[in-house]
Design a protein around this ligand. Sequence first.
Ligand code: SAH
Ligand code: MG
Length: 211
Amino acid sequence: MSRASSLLAFADTVRGFMPRAEGLALYDEARRVARERPASTWLEVGSWCGKSSVYLGAAAETSACVLFSLDHHHGSEENQRGWEYFDESLVDPHDDRLNTLPFFQRTIAQAELERTVVALVGHSEVVATHFDQSLDLLFIDGGHAHDVAWRDFENWTPKVSLGGTLLIHDVFEDPSEGGRPPYEIFLAALASGQFVEHAHEGSLRALTRVR
Ligand code: SAH
Ligand code: MG
């Protein structure tokens, strides 16, 4: 089995919120960026246990790109106890908080992607303020609460380079399928005139920065 197919098969086994078809679309987008812009810098907001990081990392390593994977690792609102996407096995008994960092680290180690996928552990808005590198690929898949999603949009999308790729997950046109904020920021990206959509798969939207 080739390195890429074994990584894609491994990604299937990682817990997370990325259907296979969307993961493969993410990989295809990232492969194109890796080809067009070797050794470029990428970032994803929302690591969780590293599932999307494996899809992106599998592409990144083909041309020495680096993916920063950003998360405070304490989960979003909807991951907390009593909410829809709570998983007791991710709770750290020392402080009773969710902690996905050990799971993320295990995923990246098992995938042998430690020189390609680099964890940034912290709050998205804090890191963004002190992060000055331009990005040839940005994947927004962090918190879906209104303020969190909008801050990710406002803080991170200006760092996408001209011709660079912006990927947004959980974009649902129909409100019965999911929350509004990812859809709202997708519309805001289009309305800004800076981005045009070039592909979509399920709730994953792919845009190019045109100005
Ligand atoms: N991409 C992942 C899923 C990410 S889930 C996958 O493929 O499985 C969303 C993640 O965003 C959660 O892990 C949560 O901890 C993180 N998150 C939410 N708000 C955040 C914030 N303000 N700063 C950093 N991380 C945040
Ligand atoms: Mg998602």
